[in-house]
Design a protein around this ligand. Structure first.
Ligand SMILES: Cc1cc2nc3c(=O)[nH]c(=O)nc-3n(C[C@H](O)[C@H](O)[C@H](O)COP(=O)(O)O)c2cc1C
Length: 187
């Protein structure tokens, strides 16, 4: 499939088989992520890879508990309250691998750079038959000093993206029609 088809057909994946994603594949995805453009060629990223099923489960439980206890600070998650209350719901949807992308705040451009890396990873993953989904639910917990210390993330790095990766266990749905792009000006 060429890149235009990949862009046109990529969807977020929220259901996975038990098949592991090999370490080589994850490292290849990350390497492809690092081919993204960066402000002043800063390449201000660092990655945490979590494949331990127990850790993924307890992280999801911690995220759900934290969000439910602090829902007033996260009005944009209110619509998902019933999901978060469901003990069978995992914010990581049973994915076998979580990649967390951190940006070094020493670079002014770190958020843009790391988001571009995340986009590369999503598109490259689909080439390998893998599904991905950015997990905004994980934003707070994966950025806490405790989480960062446990995973050797230096203080100057901040979370940009938490992404799940795995082999989809359902056929990908066709993308829904996008809103037409707002073109503010064209001459
Ligand atoms: C910044 C960001 C945060 C997201 N957070 C979540 C999330 O926490 N849980 C989830 O299931 N999907 C999450 N998504 C996926 C979006 O829901 C999804 O990209 C959107 O509905 C469009 O669907 P598509 O990716 O299949 O085209 C997130 C996507 C982005 C870019």
């Amino acid at each position: 499939m060429n890149i235009i088809e990949k862009i046109n057909t990529r969807r977020s994946t929220r259901s996975f088989t038990d098949k592991e994603v090999s370490s080589n594949t994850v490292h290849e995805l990350i390497t492809l992520g690092t081919k993204a453009a960066t402000g002043s060629y800063g390449q201000p990223w660092g990655f945490v890879i979590i494949r331990d099923k127990n850790e993924i489960k307890s992280l999801s439980d911690e995220i759900k508990k934290y969000l439910l206890e602090n829902m007033t600070d996260y009005p944009y998650f209110k619509q998902y309250e019933s999901w978060l209350k469901d003990e069978n719901f995992s914010v990581f949807y049973g994915a076998p691998c979580v990649i967390v992308i951190y940006g070094d705040t020493i670079s002014h451009w770190y958020t843009y750079d790391c988001s571009l890396a995340a986009g590369n990873i999503m598109l490259a993953a689909s080439e390998f038959g893998l599904g991905t989904c950015w997990i905004g639910f994980a934003e707070h917990i994966c950025n806490t000093p405790e989480f960062k210390a446990k995973h050797n993330v230096p203080d100057s790095y901040k979370l940009v993206s938490t992404m799940i990766v795995g082999y989809p266990n359902t056929t990908q749905q066709k993308p829904p029609k996008r809103k037409p792009a707002a073109i503010f000006f064209e001459k």
